[in-house]
Design a protein around this ligand. Structure first.
Ligand code: ATP
Length: 355
């Protein structure tokens, strides 16, 4: 594997505000990396720094081994695809596609051929003579992508490209972008605040918080082994339940801070009486009855979506449960739950680090 993009100890200040704090990140050639995190965590700043639209305050950004710190955006040989598409409204699709080639001196005939080739890949051949206003949102998005593809850049950068589209089209475009990425053998860096989008599209997910990378890895690595409570709460939908607990005298059980002295077995060895936080994913809590029920709480509500039902308990903290199928328990009645002990996540009560 070769590194297509490298961030080495990258720092960015806006005045005194420290927006990027020692970012170390390598993007391999051909990979699809998603930058994800809550609003204001620095995703866009990181992407814009890579594009050269922001000057970094320290560290180094390399593209194919070459230091880019002082290289202007147009010389970095990367293409950015924005949420707003940024198409030229007075130009046809074909002119939008050929514009960057023409200003670099490519002959008209050659540029047209290049546009036709790309349009064939992105299924735009029949729309080349149209103007942007005559296209649907999804088609405009494809033109924006095609305009990036035609330049054959070293990397594609995406800044929340799907946030203007409706839910169904978003799901469709996710697949389309991913397919194009594979077909082109492209290297892509994709910013989104939507963790599902990040999980389904990317080979690697980089989760940021307050200007730092909290964890990076394969999507399921972050889901299976979140390194702290923040990652655990961000990845997964609905979000993980967090229940404070005390380790039992045997060091192998957790007495939950829920009414009724409810106890879960724990497969590891822990220090007795230690205070911890148990992370229980809603999809790992399974309705159970009799002695199988490790947790018993009154049902506060149920939301059926067809294939699955979301249940909520009447407790503090409230537990969310994802049930495969339909609910038969009435509100106010007792809901019994079990969980495979191997699926319990544990965090230090104070630091939030994984135990
Ligand atoms: P969102 O998901 O809301 O777009 P983000 O993760 O992309 O958020 P950034 O746009 O990278 O976040 O911003 C990171 C932080 O830097 C924010 O706190 C923001 O207020 C601050 N910031 C961004 N641009 C500037 C600027 N030009 N001057 C001062 N502060 C800025």
């Amino acid at each position: 594997m070769t590194a297509q993009i490298e961030f080495v100890d990258v720092q960015k200040y806006y005045g005194t505000y420290h927006a990027l704090k020692s970012i170390n990140l390598t993007v391999e050639k051909g990979s699809f990396v998603a930058l994800v995190g809550p609003s204001g965590c620095g995703k866009t700043t990181l992407l814009r720094s890579l594009a050269g639209l922001e000057k970094i305050s320290g560290g180094e950004i390399r593209i194919v081994g070459e230091r880019m710190n002082d290289v202007p955006p147009r010389k970095r040989d990367i293409a950015m695809v924005f949420q707003s598409y940024a198409l030229y409204p007075h130009m046809t699709v074909e002119q939008n596609l050929t514009y960057s080639l023409r200003i670099r001196g490519m002959k008209k005939k050659e540029a047209r051929k290049a546009a036709e080739d790309v349009a064939a890949t992105t299924e735009l051949s029949h729309l080349l003579k149209r103007y942007p206003r005559e296209l649907s949102g999804g088609q405009r998005q494809r033109v924006a992508m095609s305009r990036a593809i035609i330049r054959d850049p070293k990397a594609f950068l995406f800044d929340e490209p799907l946030s203007n589209l409706d839910a169904a089209l978003r799901v469709h475009m996710r697949k389309e972008i991913r397919t194009l990425h594979e077909r082109l053998g492209a290297t892509s860096v994709y910013v989104t605040h939507d963790q599902i989008e990040a999980m389904t599209m990317a080979d690697r997910v980089v989760l940021m918080k307050e200007g730092r990378i909290e964890q990076q890895g394969a999507p399921l690595e972050l889901y299976d082994r979140p390194i702290n409570r923040f990652v655990a709460g961000f990845i997964g939908s609905p979000a993980m339940n967090f229940v404070p607990a005390t380790v039992g005298a045997d060091g192998q059980s957790l007495v939950l801070d829920l009414p009724g002295n409810q106890t879960l077995p724990y497969p590891g060895r822990l220090e007795p009486s230690r205070r911890v936080v148990a992370g229980l994913r809603p999809e790992h809590l399974v309705p159970a009855s009799g002695t199988d029920a490790l947790i018993r709480l009154p049902l506060r509500g149920a939301e059926a979506t067809g294939a699955t039902t979301f249940l909520f308990t009447e407790s503090d903290p409230e537990l969310a449960v994802v049930l495969n199928g339909r609910n038969t328990i009435k509100v106010g009645e007792e809901l019994g739950l079990m969980i495979d002990p191997a699926l319990i996540h544990l965090f230090d009560e104070k630091t939030g680090e994984r135990l």
